[in-house]
Design a protein around this ligand. Structure first.
Ligand SMILES: *Cc1c(COP(=O)(O)O)cnc(C)c1O
Length: 454
């Protein structure tokens, strides 16, 4: 019988984060001021983020030490287990060896606390008393609420209206950790009021919720803002995932040919992928890193590479990214964490340079994959993670056709225990397909006036 589970000791919790920028042949382009379109300095970010995180955002140091206080909290759930997917392999009858890293064992049930904890830690160190943020499906909001509670900081969450109404228990989770949660668009901010004036029934979007959270942070000096994906420092914090995997696969006497993760803004993909991509950049290995995105929000496979805003109203800097346009409102698929119009600057540059790959999957195919995974492996995945599983199944079938014993590693970035309504729709045959049309993408991109990146 093949070994199923690979565990590490607490002492194996990484002591440093890996910063891939140090190894990138082309560094990510700088953020620009939305009005002047000149590169912005740290002073423009200072009202929003603590200094230490701004430093991490621009550092080119390859290894950044993880503070002891953060490592101690990581130990509540880290190191996370690595599993060999023996049940899935058998069902697929594939020669491929499939492994998955399970991040659903964190208190919030996803990988998001890996960055929430250090972000709150640095805010606390610099005397911040309140942090605002946005949340889509509720995973980031719950991770930040948990971390804020540990450090005694107030947490204010703007939750996309559609999720606020549809996922009441995620809201309760945030309330349990002491956070205040408001449906977005709200009447608490100018941004929210202006959207509601035009669209009183707006279901909201991540872009709108970010505008609201940023506005609230700008109003008050003791209040800062936190983002759960996209930014360089967020991606770096998540590399604890892949760094642990390297050791665990060493235990297994294996090494991946393919690394797969679902893709929203890029943080869990970076987390598992970058510590392996490092071997490509340093030693010329050829590990394929595949980002799996939804067909209804396909910024990597069908978007353009250009400067765009991170939010809807225009309160963030312009960031270089693969984007569908900041006004793009994705269809209400169940993988709420993947409904973001853009991608992080680092991941976008890597895709542009052909160093990573992207694939798009539709919702039904993803739930087919997720249910098959639950039936063969036991764990019920978050709808976001189902995108990675769909990609893994495709690659494992390919390996079978080619008769190759490839090693595939993927990130099971969260459990789906708060997504039973989505599984209910799937199981009762009511889940609908969403594929965005070319006309919709072109219409959204036509609203951008920022320069294309050559
Ligand atoms: C937030 C989230 C995502 C998407 O965000 P990334 O930054 O791309 O990782 C994917 N899966 C889960 C479970 C999430 O909570």
């Amino acid at each position: 019988m093949t070994q199923k589970k690979y565990l590490l000791a607490e002492t194996d919790v990484p002591e440093q984060w890996y910063n891939i920028v140090a190894d990138m042949p082309n560094k990510p382009l700088p953020p620009l001021h939305p009005a002047t379109r000149e590169p912005i300095g740290p002073e423009m970010l200072a009202p929003l983020f603590p200094l230490e995180l701004i430093k991490q955002e621009v550092t080119t140091e390859k290894w950044v030490p993880i503070p002891d206080e953060v490592r101690e909290i990581y130990k509540i759930w880290r190191p996370t287990p690595l599993f060999r997917a023996t049940g899935l392999e058998k069902w697929l009858d594939t020669p491929a060896r499939i492994y998955y890293k399970y991040e659903g064992v964190s208190p919030a049930g996803s990988h998001k606390p890996n960055t929430a904890v250090p972000q709150v830690f640095y805010n606390k160190q610099e005397g911040v008393t309140k942090i605002t943020t946005e949340t889509g499906a509720g995973q980031w909001g719950s991770a930040l609420s948990f971390a804020c509670q540990l450090f005694g900081i107030d947490c204010e969450v703007y939750m996309v209206r559609a999720s606020y109404d549809g996922k009441p228990y995620r809201k309760m989770m945030m309330n349990t950790w002491g956070a205040s949660v408001y449906p977005s668009p709200s009447t608490r901010t100018a941004a929210g009021k202006s959207i509601l004036a035009d669209h009183p029934d707006s279901p909201g979007s991540l872009g709108i919720a970010i505008s609201e959270a940023v506005e609230m942070a700008l109003h008050d000096e003791q209040t800062k803002y936190a983002l759960g994906s996209v930014l360089n420092h967020v991606l770096m914090h998540q590399t604890v995932i892949g760094l642990e995997c390297v050791k665990q696969l060493e235990q297994a006497g294996d090494f991946p040919d393919i690394v797969v993760a679902p893709f929203g803004g890029g943080s869990n993909f970076a987390g598992i992928g970058f510590p392996f991509l490092r071997y490509n950049l340093e030693e010329g290995r050829q590990i394929r890193c595949i980002a799996a995105e939804p067909a209804s929000c396909p910024k990597l496979t069908r978007g353009v590479f250009r400067y765009d805003l991170g939010d809807t109203v225009g309160m963030t800097p312009l960031l270089p990214m693969y984007t569908l346009g900041h006004n793009f409102i994705p269809a209400p698929i169940h993988a709420g964490g993947l409904r973001y119009h853009g991608a992080g600057a680092i991941v976008s540059q890597l895709l542009r340079d052909g160093l990573i790959e992207a694939q798009a999957y539709n919702q039904l195919q993803c739930f087919d994959a997720g249910v098959q995974f639950a039936r063969t492996e036991g764990i019920i995945p978050a709808p976001e993670a189902n995108h990675a599983i769909a990609a893994v199944i495709r690659e494992a079938r390919q390996a079978k056709e080619e008769g190759k014993a490839k090693t595939i590693l993927f990130n099971l970035c969260g459990h789906g225990h708060f997504d039973m309504a989505a599984y209910e729709q799937y199981l009762s045959g009511q889940l609908v397909e969403h594929e965005v049309t070319q006309a919709e993408i072109l219409a959204s991109l036509a609203e951008l006036d920022t320069p294309l990146i050559a």
